[in-house]
Each structure stands twice: as structure tokens, then as C-alpha cells.
Design a protein around this ligand. Sequence first.
Ligand SMILES: Nc1ncnc2c1ncn2[C@@H]1O[C@H](COP(=O)(O)OS(=O)(=O)O)[C@@H](OP(=O)(O)O)[C@H]1O
Ligand SMILES: [Mg+2]
Ligand SMILES: [Mg+2]
Ligand SMILES: [Mg+2]
Length: 364
Amino acid sequence: MASVRDNQYLDHELHVALLAVQRAAILTKSVFHNHAKGTLNKSDASPVTIGDFGAQALIISALQHNFPDDEIVAEEEAKDLRGEKGQEVRETVWNLVSQTRLENKEYEETLGGSVKSADAMLDLIDKGDSQGGGKGRIWAIDPIDGTKGFLRGGQYAVCLALMIDGDVKVGVLGCPNLPISDSEPLTEGIGKDASDEEGKFGVVFAAKEGYGAVSCPLSKRGDLKMDEINMKPLENVADATFCESVEAGHSSQGDAAAIAKKLGITKPSVRMDSQAKYGSIARGAGDLYLRLPVRADYVEKIWDHAAGELIVREAGGMVTDSEGNRLNFKLGRTLKENKGVIAAPKNVHGKVIEVVKEVLGAKQ
Ligand SMILES: Nc1ncnc2c1ncn2[C@@H]1O[C@H](COP(=O)(O)OS(=O)(=O)O)[C@@H](OP(=O)(O)O)[C@H]1O
Ligand SMILES: [Mg+2]
Ligand SMILES: [Mg+2]
Ligand SMILES: [Mg+2]
């Protein structure tokens, strides 16, 4: 198979996305170590921090510099940073955004360098307001996925994907708290080698449709030393390790336990925040990702899945909703036709879906 590294198709997009995610990840890391998180509550009562705003501004700045005509669907908006009420948070975010850069100057230039002013930063954040859909080039950004995990010192991910006509073509996930090494086992806490002295911290996963998936250490320079990743072969689903959300409000842990039991799985689940779950199974650190609806009225957001879904598929896995249908990214900012997510190696995915249907069906 052609490799993600050895062809020209969407190479510039992948390169910019890898650098933009690394730069944004550096910002989030510095928030974690040096700041009060500046947490605000959004209208749905979920948290947003100065790290989410800052990372979104930096990623959009890089996309606007390189691809000014592309549309962007991003999770956050700048409303709460505007005016007198927003002044304090705005200034903190601006400090972070104006100070964060990749140590490699050439890479920093590729991203277009610094944002011009605090006002320009707010406008960049609000450029992520596209309604999405199945036509043209649209980027999806989750500047911090797993904000609750980020606040807890657990897993989180900086997520960026490019969709063309509603199909995800490029996906990048920066996971600052995962182990750097692809051979470390799946754990609930921060990876034991998540930070080393040479400016490396965590891992970035990437994929290009049709060309495979890779991982690369996250670094302050933005270096791109990539290794191919693959899902672990799994002959018997009973031997699987599965991962699920930490937050019981995001995925039904009771249903997951019932499904695992029916599949003969005896290993306990690994609870991990964010799309770090997709990256982890894509590199063979775990086998299955189960996300089972808690509430009938919750619709999944495209930025919570676009990058991870492609990375798992390109690593040899299959990703569907709980009925076995592919995720449909063509319908706007949400996955309104899909409920739940089941990611598994191709050879066992059908069996897992069968049992998911049995368990969810029995509840109705
Ligand atoms: N009710 C409900 N059901 C399903 N999903 C929900 C729900 N509420 C929120 N969210 C979204 O979950 C995102 C966090 O991802 P995870 O559930 O994988 O991780 S976590 O354990 O909850 O941290 C989280 O993403 P971030 O907001 O980027 O952190 C939310 O978009
Ligand atoms: Mg959020
Ligand atoms: Mg998210
Ligand atoms: Mg988020």
C-alpha cells in the first residue's frame, strides 16, 4: 500500500495540519502547567477553558494562511471573550496565543507566524462557524476534545480533520498525555513516557484516506518523525481490551459492560477521555472503542469523531454507529443520523455490532 508519506495528494494539507496541531498542543500544555484554566461554562453546562480558545485561534490562523477559501466547523465561539465582560479571559488567551510558536522557524513560517492582534484572534475563533455539509472543502476542529479530562490531568486531544464533499480525507489528533511509544499498553492515567527531556511530549496520530495511518512524537520544534501504525490483529473478540469514556454521562458504561460480558471479554474496560481512544486502538494499544448513547436526544458532533474515525479506518479498523452504519459527516455540524460509535478490527466488527444490537434492543 502507498504510505501516508510517499505521495503528493493532499500532502500540503497534511503537513499544515500536523504542524498546526503540534503548535496548538504546545499552547494547551503550557496552560496546564502555568495557568489557572480560566474555565467558563457554556450554555449546555459543559466547560471551556483558555486552552480551548487559544488552540482554536492558532489552528484557524494556520488554516486561513494556507487555505483561505476553505470553510471551518469548530467547536468554540468568541462571544464570551468580547466586550468588557470578556476582557480578563481575552487578555489571558491573547497572551498565550501571541507567545506560542513552534521552535523550528521554517515550520512557524509555514503556519503564517503570529496572530496580529487580540481583535484578529477573536475574529479567527469565530471563523469556525461554518454549517458544514456535503459540499466542498471543510475543516473540522475540536481544539481540546475531552476538556473535562484536560482539567483533571487525564487524556485529551487536539483534533483536526479535512473533509472534501463530506468525506474525511485527512485527520490529525494530538494527544499530549498519551505515551510517546506505540508499544506502551493502554492505561487510564498519563503515559509514563508522556514527557521526555528533549522537548517531546505525547504523540500525534495522522491519516490520509487511502494511504494509511502514522504516529509521531509531539515536539516543541514541530518535528515530523512518523512511524506507520496498525490495529492489533485480534483473532478472538473475547481477548479484546476495550476503551470507553470516563464520563458516564457521555457513554453508557452499563451497556458497555453488558456487551463485553456477552462477547466473553473478561478484561476490565479502560476509561479514557477524548479521541485519544481512537488513536490508542489505531496503534494497537487496545482493540475496541465502545460509545453507547446515554440519552436519546444527544447528537454527536462531527469534530468529536472526524479525525479519529479516519485514523482507525486507515489503521485497518472499522467504525460505525451502534446499528452498524458508517458515520455520516455530510449532514452539517452534527452526526444527526448516527447514534453511538463502535470501532473495532474489521474481522470482529460484525460480531460486536450483533451483540450491541441484542443488548440495546433488549432495553426497548
Ligand atoms: N451526553 C453526551 N453524550 C455523548 N457525548 C457527549 C455528551 N455530552 C458531551 N459529549 C461530548 O463528549 C466529548 C468528550 O469525549 P469523550 O466522551 O470521549 O471523553 S470524556 O470521557 O467524556 O472526557 C465532549 O467533547 P469536548 O466538549 O470537546 O470535551 C463532548 O462533545
Ligand atoms: Mg466542549
Ligand atoms: Mg470534543
Ligand atoms: Mg472540545
